[in-house]
Design a protein around this ligand. Structure first.
Ligand SMILES: Nc1ncnc2c1ncn2[C@@H]1O[C@H](COP(=O)(O)OP(=O)(O)OP(=O)(O)O)[C@@H](O)[C@H]1O
Ligand SMILES: [Mg+2]
Length: 275
């Protein structure tokens, strides 16, 4: 079965009294773009650390397709699940771009003669070919995140997790990372899991998981989850732009489609109306 499955997973940090994830079961589709949303401290990062084996559940089991995430399979799991974190500064080991991307490969016994080609391919995918020999310290935040993604891609993962990877970037930096994710998604080879607080980013996904205090509150296709305005109000999350426009149009008595429209779809709908 091609899916990511959390089966009755319970987890508590060793130094904490509180059970953070209490008997949670859910599945996520593979080869899709998935957003994870929820308040600070709701367990988003923890769930992702459990997925890539950085943390082990106290009870229950996590599987990726047929592979059980456990200590025995850790190397395979790390290869399968690549992670990009919030702070671009904290994820580099090499001083140049090429060195840094190579470092990830060295951990996976890639033959040295194959490395230059793999590095070039990964840099081309993220649009950073020109920077192969640049110093990481000379790059902008958005460029650093692209290199972090290249480092992950070079290892040929199946799943790419971005844990608030755009939150420190300016709007242009964000936009360029979102475009890159769209491209990777459209390639069809990757499962992209993006943790975000921004529903304008979240709605770009195919699928949304909502967490609150370690519990899954919603898990389903994007339109279904994000049209649940009661849930979003409870979570105090501002709807995405398209949905805000839809609500405003309704409030002034303009009839609009009776379903969730992603912002892009709303723009198309408005354009058609105005023509
Ligand atoms: N290493 C740790 N040891 C003990 N408790 C931790 C540890 N890391 C996180 N926690 C606690 O677990 C809970 C969930 O944290 P987690 O980082 O998974 O939340 P999050 O949803 O990613 O939050 P944020 O949006 O702030 O990144 C929080 O209450 C946090 O204090
Ligand atoms: Mg987090």
């Amino acid at each position: 079965m091609r899916e990511i499955k959390f089966n009755h997973v319970t987890f508590k940090y060793p130094n904490s009294q509180k059970i953070l994830i209490d008997d949670q079961s859910f599945t996520l589709p593979t080869n899709k773009w998935i957003s994870i949303v929820g308040h600070n401290g709701s367990g988003k990062s923890t769930i992702m650390r459990l997925l890539n084996g950085l943390l082990q559940p106290n009870k229950g089991q996590i599987t990726i397709d047929n592979l059980v995430v456990n200590e025995q399979n850790l190397e395979e799991v790390h290869k399968l699940v690549g992670m990009v974190f919030q702070n671009p500064e904290n994820q580099f080991v090499g001083s140049t771009v090429a060195e840094d991307v190579a470092f990830g490969l060295e951990n996976y016994n890639v033959a040295p003669e194959e490395m230059p080609m793999i590095i070039k391919q990964a840099l081309a995918t993220v649009g950073m070919t020109k920077y192969e020999n640049s110093l990481i310290s000379d790059l902008s935040g958005g460029q650093k995140q692209r290199i972090a993604i290249a480092g992950v891609l070079a290892v040929r993962p199946q799943i790419i997790v971005l844990d608030e990877a755009t939150s420190m970037l300016d709007p242009m930096g964000r936009e360029s990372i979102m475009k890159l994710l769209r491209k990777l998604h459209d390639d069809g080879h990757y499962t992209i899991i993006m943790i975000t607080h921004d529903l304008n980013e979240a709605e770009l996904a195919d699928h949304v998981l909502v967490l609150e205090q370690g519990k899954v509150l919603a898990n389903g296709i994007t339109e279904e989850v994000l049209s649940n305005s009661k849930l979003l109000k409870e979570l105090q999350l501002a709807p995405a732009t398209g949905e805000q426009i839809r609500e405003k149009l309704i409030s002034v008595g303009i009839s609009v489609p009776d379903k969730y429209l992603k912002t892009e779809e709303m723009v198309r709908w408005l354009k058609q109306k105005l023509n």
